[in-house]
Design a protein around this ligand. Sequence first.
Ligand code: GEK
Length: 248
Amino acid sequence: MTSSKSDSSTDRIFANPLASIPDFRFDESVVSVFPDMIRRSVPGYEAIINMIGELAGRYAQANSTCYDLGSSLGAATLAMRHGLRAEGCRIVSVDNSQAMLDRAATILQQDGGNLPVELRCEDIADTPIENASVVVLNFTLQFVPVERRAALIEKIYQGLLPGGVLILSEKVSFSDPQHQALMIELHHNFKRANGYSELEISQKRSALEKVLLPETLATHQQRCKQAGFASVDVWFQCFNFASMLAIK
Ligand code: GEK
């Protein structure tokens, strides 16, 4: 799946050597290449997005709210908007990058869907979760400081209706060092096959080192169980990228 085209929507952020590598930020330079970046970096991203629409269709309850927390350009929001079947639903999409939300607003306007979407620029720690039937954290929790994750998951659990779900997708780590090394190697091979150079892979890795903090699947499952979720099961995994469905 090598990307042959190279234009202003192609991710070349780490293509040239940088004297020093700042921590990764979701700023304007990232917004313009984000769809290309995430598709070439996260194995299974498109499948997960499609399945979020399917899962939202199955679990959304009439007259409830569906949340997309860390919504970026609104890919999961759009999947939900077109997948929801229950009457009277609304979607709340939250990101703390104004640049992301500005672009998401244009994309949502151009989209033909008529389900109402509220875009909020704020830290997801500050978002009230109320009357929720579906909450999506699609590769967002990994950017929240580890010590704040339990409070966020508890807040989501409290705001969900009975039978409501949390879809939690994350880059994960493994406690067995050999397996961890294998998964990282296979992920890097995936990125190479998608046209990223060794320099791009290593500079991006350094930029993410302090801001993207993966945990094990067991840690995520324990945290969700601790918050009260009745079940927390993995429904997708490719290498060190996984998505879980937690049901209240
Ligand atoms: C997708 N879900 O395409 N509060 C609000 N937003 C945050 C916070 C926070 N505390 N921390 C990070 N973000 C999307 C992909 S990207 C994943 C999610 C990635 C936002 C951040 O600004 C960015 O837009 C998003 O979470 C993470 O399905 O790039 O690997």
